[in-house]
Design a protein around this ligand. Structure first.
Ligand code: PRX
Length: 620
């Protein structure tokens, strides 16, 4: 029904789940071939009203946010009434500072109530927010501010993460030097530490206290812009993906409810940073649109020790926990004791996002963290999709879940597999490019100021389809298993091999904590398999033994052709600040193009790369 009777399905949900200022006259006007995507046409609403006011009328004292501060045991609870008041004060402050409907407001803040209120204040007055993850450098921040032509930045004096102070205001000071169009920087005090204030700077905490707690919400058209969020492409500069009002909000709320089986009274704990799309959709918009209680996690999985997540689960009585495989793999290395130390009986559902979750991590998450009673939802989606697109749905009775599989499409999503020539593969037990054949309300509408690039990247590679850039395998039973970015697919003697598939096997070796598999140029086979890996803590094994082990293991798990020629043991894999392994960088290294590593603005640790380059040279 969600795919066949699009207008009835989404029209009913749009009317029932959102509060409108004026109703829409058409459910949608979409044609992927022509690059046209529009939902709930003619309708007007305000996203902040949907996330706040309507819940305040019903339950003003219900907790909206639990700010889980860096220091455990210092959480702060904010009710819907308080969050509405803060949002209104901020909306009035922004207006007084000259921010108008349609202006882009940069938010460079760690997860904190004021950051959420800033997002919602923008939504309330019709401004477009643009969060930049607070771990990005001044240069990356400046690039985004300039691309978005943003005149306003909201930040804090300092950040606090994992017990360490980060000088966010200093980074902003540096960035705005390169951005002459910035007219104001609103600075809130996260710590006591005073920072130098220039003519541009406005002391935010003082200003908001001068403002009224009422701020008239602006009526926004369904297709007006809600936010921009930058994400890396396979090449070139980051893309400012654009999400609009009604469709995005409805899709975030619906996926939040049905993928996580969220019920009134549940405490939802998504530990992603608000600077990423996961934070937008599942820390802020989905849970708040549903009137839920959502956790804002400021810390790290290892602070003050590897029990942090589970101690937080126990203390806040979290019902749904949503995290990333990279963190699960990290914690797995420290053993079960850190998990078992805490009571996890509040947990009902465990979620995974951001990359394929390998079987070992999935099993550990399910068996150890979830005590084999909480369904694990491996959720596949992207910044571009706005919300979860492929995932198990435990809210459906009898919904089957297999380890490491994203399983099945969400309502309204029609996944299609296409081959290199653009043919739709209709059968099962087949691999192909993951495309989506029908528009859905949550999808990005364009790339800010570059619609041509949007069309070229997503809509023209396979005309009539949205191209995700990911590879997928559809099992013989019709379930979906993501195999990694298509740019990471290895072709060995004409055999396609997903790097995720090989990594999954490598990670099953008892000595291996984490790995990245890259295709390197091979004279005879076209490409060969090169494995980078990190050993588990305290384990020693020679490279020769490990190589032989892995060759055997992979031959057994996948096929002989997939066995690696090279195994490089290293202490850290290069990762983005969001924790994704930068295979692109490793690929350059194995291609002996270490001098052309490309854009490294998202790289967390450059030293790790240099070390790998040196080790690689010794290995050849
Ligand atoms: O390759 C897919 C991978 O992450 C990409 C999207 O990254 P981003 O826009 O940063 O959004 C991350 C959070 C939604 C996808 O193209 N990815 C995300 N989730 C999964 C995944 N790969 C496999 N399984 C997943 N569950």
């Amino acid at each position: 029904m969600s795919v066949e009777q699009v207008d009835t399905f989404w029209g009913t949900l749009g009317r029932n789940r959102l509060t409108w200022i004026s109703p829409f006259h058409s459910v949608q006007d979409c044609n992927l071939e022509q690059g046209r995507v529009a939902w709930f046409l003619g309708g007007q609403l305000n996203v902040a009203v949907n996330c706040l006011d309507r819940h305040v009328h019903r339950a003003p004292n219900k907790v909206a946010l639990i700010w889980e501060k860096d220091e455990p045991g210092k959480e702060v609870q904010i009710t819907y009434r308080e969050l509405l008041e803060l949002t209104c004060r901020l909306g009035n402050t922004l207006k007084r500072q000259g921010v108008k409907k349609g202006d882009r407001v940069t938010i460079y803040m760690p997860p904190c109530p004021l950051a959420v209120a800033s997002m919602l204040a923008c939504a309330r007055i019709g401004a477009i927010h643009m969060l930049v993850f607070a771990g990005f450098s001044a240069e990356a921040l400046a690039d985004r501010i300039q691309d978005a032509q943003s005149e306003t930045v909201i930040t804090v004096n300092q950040g606090l993460r994992g017990g360490r102070v980060t000088e966010l205001k200093q980074t902003v000071d540096q960035a705005v030097k390169w951005c002459p169009k910035v007219k104001r920087v609103l600075v809130s005090m996260r710590t006591e530490q005073k920072v130098p204030m220039s003519d541009l700077d406005v002391p935010l905490d003082e200003e908001i206290m001068k403002e009224d707690v009422c701020c008239e919400p602006v009526a926004m058209d369904s297709e007006d812009l809600l936010f921009l969020l930058y994400t890396s492409g396979s090449t070139g500069k980051p893309k400012g993906l654009v999400h609009s009002q009604a469709g995005y909000l409805l899709y975030a709320a619906l996926t939040h409810k049905y993928v996580f089986d969220y019920h009134d009274g549940d405490v939802f704990g998504c530990v992603a940073d608000i600077g990423w799309i996961t934070g937008h959709s599942y820390v802020v918009y989905g849970p708040l649109c549903n009137g839920g209680t959502t956790v804002l996690f400021e810390s790290t999985p290892l602070y003050p020790d590897p029990g942090r997540y589970w101690e937080t689960v126990e203390r806040l009585q979290i019902n749904q926990f949503y995290g990333a495989p990279t963190a699960i793999r990290l914690l797995l290395r420290y053993g079960d004791k850190w998990v078992k130390k805490y009571d996890r009986s509040s947990l009902k559902i465990l979620g995974s996002v951001g990359e394929p979750i390998n079987t070992e991590a999935w099993e550990w998450y399910f068996n150890v963290v979830g005590e084999a009673r909480c369904p694990v939802v491996d959720t596949w989606w992207q910044t571009e999709t706005g919300g979860i697109c492929i995932s198990p749905r435990p809210s459906d009775p009898g919904d089957e879940i297999r380890p490491g599989l994203a399983m099945r499409p969400f309502f309204g999503i029609s996944p299609c597999l296409l081959d290199d020539k653009g043919n739709v593969l209709t059968e099962n037990d087949v691999s192909g490019a993951l495309c989506i054949s029908q528009a859905w309300p949550g999808m990005a509408r364009t790339i800010y100021n570059d619609h041509k690039r949007f069309l070229e990247t997503y809509l023209t590679p396979y005309p009539g389809f949205f191209f995700t850039g990911d590879g997928v395998y559809r099992t013989s039973e019709g379930y979906y298993q993501l195999t990694g970015r298509l740019d990471d697919v290895i072709n060995i003697s004409g055999h396609r091999l997903g790097t995720a598939e090989v990594e999954d096997a490598v990670n099953q070796h008892a000595a291996v904590a984490e790995s990245a598999v890259i295709g390197y140029p091979h004279n005879i086979k076209g490409e060969g398999v090169y494995v980078f890996l990190v050993l588990k803590k305290g384990i020693y094994i020679s490279r020769e033994t490990l190589t032989a082990d892995l060759q055997e293991l992979i031959s057994k798990k996948i096929a002989k052709y997939a066995a690696p020629e090279y195994v490089q043991i290293t202490s850290r894999l290069p990762k983005t600040r969001s924790g994704k392994i930068m295979r692109r960088v490793l690929k350059k290294i194995v291609e002996n193009k270490a001098h052309q590593l490309g854009d490294l603005t998202t790289l967390e640790d450059y030293e790790a790369v240099q070390k790998i380059i040196e080790e690689h040279k010794c290995l050849l």
